[in-house]
Design a protein around this ligand. Structure first.
Ligand SMILES: [Zn+2]
Length: 107
């Protein structure tokens, strides 16, 4: 479960913007590795969570072509991927590794 406190820490880390398009509007949390398939709360960890707008969050789930783009950018992972070792591309074009301490490390 994503608490308000956890949500705010993720938004803070990501600069209160969608990692895909940079908008500050309509933000939500994207699970890089899908929670339904992977099980549980163990996926509610900082490395597995990124800030996304509702439209991109939904596109990753509904649109196979966009999901592929999401995988190239590290926004969406396969169930066997380790979120700590696959970087996330941000709107400034820079890819970062996410840490379990709500920080980012340059690729
Ligand atoms: Zn977006």
């Amino acid at each position: 479960m994503i608490t308000q406190k956890l949500r705010k820490k993720i938004y803070d880390r990501d600069g209160w913007q969608c990692v895909a398009c940079g908008t500050p509007a309509g933000l939500t949390i994207q699970h890089r590795k899908n929670r339904q398939m992977g099980g549980s709360k163990s996926l509610d960890i900082p490395e597995n969570l990124v800030t996304m707008c509702g439209a991109h969050n939904q596109a990753l789930e509904m649109d196979a072509e966009y999901a592929e783009i999401g995988r190239k950018n590290g926004w969406k992972l396969r169930q066997w991927d380790d979120p700590a070792v696959i970087p996330v591309r941000y709107p400034d074009g820079i890819s970062w590794f996410l840490t379990n301490r709500f920080t980012r490390r340059k690729k």
